[in-house]
Design a binder for this molecule. Sequence first.
Ligand code: PLP
Length: 396
Amino acid sequence: MIRNDKGSLMRPDPLPESASRPVVTPLSPSVVYASDTPDMLDAQYEGDLHGYTYSREGHPNADVVAKAIDRMEGAPHLGVLTSSGMGAVSAVLMGLTHTGDHIIGGNQLYGRSLRLMAEDLPRLGIDTTLVDPGDVAAVRAAMRPETKMILVEVVSNPTLRVADIAGLAALAKERGVLLVVDNTFTTPRAFKAFDHGADIVIHSITKLLAGHSDVMLGYVAARDQELNDRLRVFTVTTGMTPSPFDCWLAERGMLSFDLRFDRAQETAAQLADHLATLPGVTRVLYPARPDHPDQARADSLLKGQTCNMVSFELDGGRPEANAFATAARGLNFAPTLGDVGTTISHPASSSHRALTEQRRTELGMSEGFFRVSVGLEDADTLCSVFSDAIEAATRR
Ligand SMILES: *Cc1c(COP(=O)(O)O)cnc(C)c1O
């Protein structure tokens, strides 16, 4: 048993002093933090003295990651970390609204965000409308006196349409509603949402920022101090605080984020062009391509960056989709994105399975539709893996 210098008490002495410091952020798994006196604790709770108390309320590893993302996004206050990206989405949609409020969401939001909008919020008496975020007139038409916020993704999942952020920001300002941007796909490398008029920015750190598929984590920050505080209180009260270890892992992943993003994006552009040459492919979606319906908007918003995501449609239905996934050996068929390795996902059987087939068809996601999250593989190797698998799946 560990004994401290009193000889018999259970808790160890403080860490040995060192004039030099560690180069890696120490992991602080401690759930509780001991204060010296009730006066000191009082001062901490009053905010006169900074000090952690109980890790659900906050801990150093979360704050280190939040600060790093704050810096990337240009967030004015310390952002809030949550135990998943959906935690961050839920905190905004449920922590800042009241019964009777109305929320407008992009109609191509992440599948679970759509579900929250369509099922859970109405149950709590919060009405929602889903609208094409590329059509500002439609969003304007959906506005009501009780509309509180507009939630959009810059590049939509998985059809890669680009929202009219400038138009939405102007409309939100005019009507005094909050513009909330889920910046998971574009990341602060390609898009700094606060600079484009967002009031609140959300991330699933799980994806590109952490980048190794070994940690689930979310981030949310508000431009307004009071809203930011409310988000923190809500996430603490509802128990969304992430574990220190997950934050520590995310920080480690984020050290290489810029390099990974640039490399994956470059390969994605190459893969998109390659897929467009294949006879078994009926459609390729990549916002930087001239045949993408939102290319001009992507150019103006993303300033030469795009994303690491490419979507395409195979010539065929579920049997061809199954054959492609089987033939694409070495690529993980997995419903995630932003991993160091390329992953393929099939929205009709995963992220968008809760929608009716008719709704999926309206959104442009047939049974042959795949989304590719490009990783760090060599581009030529990756292109040939796709050629071979698509050829094998669509050969008649
Ligand atoms: C994955 C994802 C989320 C949810 O994040 P989790 O960390 O999986 O909870 C939210 N928005 C977008 C755009 C995502 O891709």
